[in-house]
Design a protein around this ligand. Structure first.
Ligand code: DC
Length: 256
């Protein structure tokens, strides 16, 4: 672990040059794309924590591990040595050294990821991993459901993005179609509402608007407006602690 470990091992209390921005919210608010672009503009690294839960779900499916066997699942995830390759943009998530970036977007993974993400033993492992990543990449935009509430409660800046289920389903459908996949919007609305219910009612790390978070309803906003809003707030709050203009460093090497 790097010398910066203490900077975020305590939940994102980033002393020194570290900057942690969290972006939480339900599925389909465009969080991942917004977080990635915000990180690029501010010269920070980008962590997609949903990808980590999706990878765990893919491991469970591909190895036939039942959901009621949490210990077996955690062992398999540890053994798969989940890690990001930070030399790509966005960082590539690897399991057993192989990219899982396509597999984790498959429909069967999406269908089971929410109950799997509700497994407390798995959440403990993921929270610990995410804090360790932040210790090694202390200038970070981290996106998920519990980043500002549980993983980095002392983050420098927290956002909560929301939008109506219909808008979120339409965005997801467009995203799937761009990737050459089929998308039925009425089915997506149902899936999104079910996932919201499951994500926000679980006992461990539920989806909540974290204390002190800037809440932004993106329903009537385009991508550029959302990113621009977050960027303006971040620059206003963090000033010289974030970079001006275009990213000047390679992904994964955001430095002070
Ligand atoms: O953002 P996403 O759709 O890729 O997230 C996949 C699932 O993982 C979703 O059901 C919510 C869950 N998740 C979570 O519980 N905690 C996080 N920090 C990130 C995602």
């Amino acid at each position: 672990m790097s010398a910066a470990a203490g900077a975020s091992g305590d939940g994102g209390n980033t002393a020194g040059c570290g900057v942690i921005i969290t972006i939480d919210g339900p599925a389909g608010t465009g969080k991942s794309s917004v977080a990635r672009e915000l990180a690029r503009r501010l010269g920070l690294d980008f962590l997609d924590t949903g990808a980590m839960y999706r990878a765990a779900a893919a491991i469970a499916l591909d190895r036939n591990i039942p959901i009621d066997q949490p210990r077996e699942l955690v062992e398999a995830v540890v053994k798969a040595d989940l890690r990001f390759d930070w030399t790509t943009d966005p960082p590539t998530l690897l399991a057993d050294g192989q990219s899982v970036m396509r597999r984790i977007r498959d429909a069967d993974v999406t269908a089971v990821v929410s109950p799997i993400a509700g497994i407390p033993e798995l959440r403990r492992l993921m929270v610990e991993r995410q804090r360790r990543i932040a210790a090694e990449h202390p200038r970070l935009v981290s996106e998920g459901r519990d980043q500002g509430s549980v993983v980095f409660p002392n983050a420098d800046l927290k956002f909560y993005l929301d939008a109506s289920p219909e808008i979120r389903a339409a965005r997801r459908a467009a995203q799937l179609r761009r990737g050459g996949r089929e998308a039925e919007e009425s089915v997506l609305v149902r899936e999104i509402m079910e996932r919201d219910r499951s994500d926000s009612t679980r006992a461990d790390g539920p989806l909540v608007c974290p204390q002190g978070a800037e809440r932004i309803d993106t329903s009537g906003l385009g991508f550029e407006e959302v990113v621009g809003t977050l960027e303006r707030i971040a620059r206003g709050r963090l000033g010289a602690r974030v970079r001006g203009g275009e990213r000047a460093v390679a992904p994964g090497s955001a430095q002070c």
